[in-house]
Design a binder for this molecule. Structure first.
Ligand code: LLP
Length: 403
């Protein structure tokens, strides 16, 4: 079905996902690892729809999760517990307990304090916790500061010297099994060098741990592979994998990676309908029914997403801001983008919206979250219905009656 017909059938604002693109991206990356034991764990945070996770699970993917909610989503969608990783700097006791009870592959530990908590909880549960330490290699990934994570100034991970001491602590603990090592230096990476540098630093730590009889089984290189939103030069799956493999020569480890954006970004589009054209002084605005509550990336990061008016012949274009109905001046989907004069009812596609799109949406201004549709083998199907106002106030309604 054409996108314009999908917009009519399901109404807008609408997210559409090309599941065939998702498969192609997953298979291309997995294929590059063929010579080694590997686990491609889909970073659920980038697109958490159950049907999306289920799709990746059906291809053999694992899941990289950053909350127990995401772990539960992954399980519900059919990911095997032994393919689930749980990361994040601030895990609560309840989350650690549940993760240990569920028997996931390992917990990525991000601080000494957390490691001690995991040990304590594992001892109370009388289990041995499989853990991996997230090492901070102190490398500048050269990406947007909000999505850069591999420098000491960031809140993520443990520095190399502390990590070594903590691995020895794990070895001497009855309740900790240090099966893995992990790093993730940032997201939307378009330069291979920092990844190689980070990987080499972490690999040399693995070699020094070997000498202490600490055997690391899982070498987790994180996520972060960038995609083209505009004309960025990206890293190919081949170069990425070769770059990492070079640094771990001679190590008998299963390579784990946690891509999110690479798998989903360019398989998704956000469809929105034009409501009005408006000119204030010199400035032209195209007002649409989608807003920052649906797609936050432009407002939050000043991120660029290509805009296309669907089903219109090429006409003369002038610059306009594409803005939504939310009462914030920061509510925009594009700034000063070339676009032909629009009419009420025209459909606009905001490209590359499959990652960090719907998942970052909110109910701000009591706007129901958008519907989501899967496209696969030429068919379309709803995978999340549009939220109604009743959905939005469901958790508040019961408190209206005076008691
Ligand atoms: N692993 C860890 C530990 C992470 O922190 C992340 C992303 C990933 C994997 C997946 O990264 P990816 O392959 O998708 O780059 N909201 C931002 C992106 C935040 C990324 C956070 N961490 C955005 O819209 O650009």
């Amino acid at each position: 079905m054409k996108r314009i017909d999908l917009a009519k059938k399901y109404n807008t604002p609408l997210y559409i996902y090309d599941f065939d693109h998702f498969s192609n991206q997953y298979n291309a990356l997995k294929q590059e690892f063929k010579a080694r034991k590997s686990l491609v764990a889909f970073a659920v945070k980038s697109n958490s729809n159950l049907s999306v996770i289920k799709h990746f699970a059906s291809l053999g993917a694992g899941a990289d999760c950053v909350s127990i909610g995401e772990v539960q989503r992954a399980l519900k969608a059919g990911v095997h517990p032994y393919k689930i990783i749980f990361s994040g700097v601030g895990k609560k006791d309840e989350e650690i307990t549940k993760a240990l009870q569920l028997g996931i592959l390992f917990i990525n530990v991000e601080s000494e304090g957390e490691l001690k908590r995991v040990e304590l909880i594992a001892s109370q549960l009388e289990v041995v916790a499989r853990v991996s330490l997230r090492v901070n290699p102190n490398i500048d990934p050269k990406t947007h500061p909000y999505i850069s994570t591999g420098l000491n100034e960031n809140k993520f991970g443990i520095d190399i010297d502390t990590a070594k001491r903590l691995y020895i602590f794990c070895k001497n603990s009855e309740h900790l099994d240090p099966v893995g090592i992990h790093f993730h230096i940032g997201s939307q990476l378009t330069d291979l060098e920092p990844i190689k540098e980070a990987s080499a630093i972490v690999a040399s730590l693995v070699r020094s741990l070997e000498k202490l009889d600490i055997e690391i089984k899982f070498f987790d290189v994180g996520g972060g592979l960038g995609v083209a939103y505009e004309d960025e030069k990206t890293i190919s799956a081949y170069d990425y994998v070769q770059g990492v493999l070079e640094t771990i020569k001679g190590l008998d480890v299963t390579i784990v990676c946690e891509p999110g954006r690479y798998l989903t970004a360019n398989g998704g589009e956000f469809l929105t309908t034009v409501l009005y054209e408006k000119i204030t002084g010199e400035k032209r605005f195209v007002i649409v029914d989608g807003a920052m509550n649906d797609l936050l990336r432009p407002s939050l990061y000043n991120a660029y997403h290509e805009i296309e008016v669907i089903g219109k012949e090429k006409r003369e274009e002038t610059l306009a801001d594409i803005v939504g109905p939310v009462c914030e001046s920061g509510d925009f989907l594009a700034k000063a983008t070339p676009i032909a004069l629009c009419e009420h009812g025209d459909i606009i596609a905001v490209k590359s919206s499959g990652a960090y799109g719907f998942v970052m949406s909110s109910n701000y201004n009591t706007r129901g979250k958008a519907a989501e549709v899967a496209l696969e083998n030429g068919n379309d199907r709803l995978i999340r219905r549009r939220e109604s106002v009743e959905d939005i106030w469901r958790l508040e309604e019961e408190f209206l009656d005076d008691k």
